[in-house]
Design a protein around this ligand. Structure first.
Ligand SMILES: Cc1cc2nc3c(=O)[nH]c(=O)nc-3n(C[C@H](O)[C@H](O)[C@H](O)COP(=O)(O)O)c2cc1C
Length: 339
């Protein structure tokens, strides 16, 4: 980029931070295009997961998370991102165009950016230490700043959410299209996308543990825990007032804001969207958990046990595969079977 705008090194660095964002099955369904004065985010529909995410909600959430990671990266590099979301109604996959303005990084910008390379989806059980209410309030404030609602599911809401999580896992277990797709996108060892075996634990056999997504070939060990040392996981539900592409994009940005803030507080986190991928269980979560607002994301958070091994970072595709000059066409080849 020219004209006193970020140089190519800065743009590459910010996009490299953006693509560290979480995405459903690590599908990385985004493309970036760089113009003279602007940067653009596109949804990459070739990476849609029809068996898991039939209406493409997780895909837009994933792109929203990458957009927020980009904003955070640029802010720490001294550039404020002015984001125009869905700038062209005739081109619905053009999710954002981004203009950049010089700015002085704050301590907060730097703390969030420093959390990007440290964040992991940690699906293992948590310790019995409770998460302070002040931390949960901080997370809710960051979600609200992105135009969304974040609440812990407590008491009856938690009961209904746990039932929806269990029911969704059962429905998915009996759905061959879902299972085939999940097997194709997980159990990986060296691929630049998909969920590696090293990041997927076997199902937690502790009584009362919630079912987790049944990734192929799970090799991650659960940390040892003392008998009676219950997992004090908090289930946070992020919801929006409406359910259009803009709301989902904002929900993805909020997901990133919450995950990076939680990481900077030292918390372990894991997104969990199975109950929201099936119309029936999502409707139940909406009626019984989020008070009629549209549930977009469930986040497990808690303290990792002190004896939990550090998790490896999941891989990402090369920058050259996702960042190109403006005008470079998006690929049309489905990547569903890629390994
Ligand atoms: C929209 C969305 C939905 C996700 N759903 C789940 C889920 O249901 N279960 C799960 O274990 N991980 C889920 N994840 C986490 C991804 O699998 C994870 O981000 C990806 O494998 C990359 O790993 P990382 O987050 O450690 O970088 C989800 C992430 C996103 C953004």
């Amino acid at each position: 980029m020219d004209h006193g705008l970020p140089d190519d090194y800065t743009v590459d660095t910010a996009v490299a931070l953006a693509v560290r964002a979480p995405s459903v099955h690590n599908s990385q369904p985004w493309q970036w295009r760089s113009g003279d004065r602007t940067l653009h985010l596109y949804a990459d529909r070739t990476r849609l997961l029809p068996g898991t995410d039939p209406d493409g909600r997780d895909l837009i959430l994933s792109c929203g998370a990458a957009l927020h990671h980009l904003r955070v990266g640029f802010a720490a590099l001294g550039w404020r991102a002015e984001v125009h979301r869905l700038p062209n109604p005739a081109e619905p996959d053009h999710l954002a165009s981004i203009e950049l303005h010089r700015h002085e990084p704050t301590h907060h910008d730097i703390a969030l950016a420093a959390a990007i390379p440290r964040r992991r989806t940690d699906r293992r059980r948590h310790s019995s230490w409770s998460v302070p209410t002040g931390h949960l309030e901080t997370l809710a404030r960051h979600a609200a700043d992105e135009g969304t609602i974040l609440r812990p599911a407590l008491d009856a809401a938690r009961y209904h959410l746990a039932r929806a999580i269990t029911a969704a896992a059962e429905t998915h277990a009996g759905d061959p299209a879902y299972r085939t797709e999940l097997a194709a996108w997980s159990g990986r060892h060296t691929a630049p996308d998909g969920v590696p075996s090293a990041n997927a634990p076997a199902q937690d056999d502790t009584p009362g543990a919630l079912p987790a997504r049944a990734f192929a070939d799970p090799l991650l060990r659960q940390p040892e825990h003392a008998p009676g040392d219950n997992d004090d996981t908090v289930l946070l539900v992020l919801s929006t007032a409406s359910d259009d592409t803009m709301s989902r994009l904002r929900a993805g940005e909020a997901t990133s804001a919450v995950l990076l803030t939680a990481t900077s507080l030292g918390l372990a986190t894991s997104p969990l969207t199975e109950p929201l991928e099936i119309a029936d269980t999502r409707a139940k979560v909406r009626d019984l958990v989020t008070g009629g607002t549209f549930p977009q994301m469930v986040l497990r958070t808690g303290w990792a046990p002190v004896n939990a091994d550090p998790l490896p970072a999941t891989p990402r595709r090369a920058l050259a595969d996702v960042l190109a000059p403006l005008g470079t066409p998006l690929s049309a080849e489905p990547r569903y079977q890629s390994h």
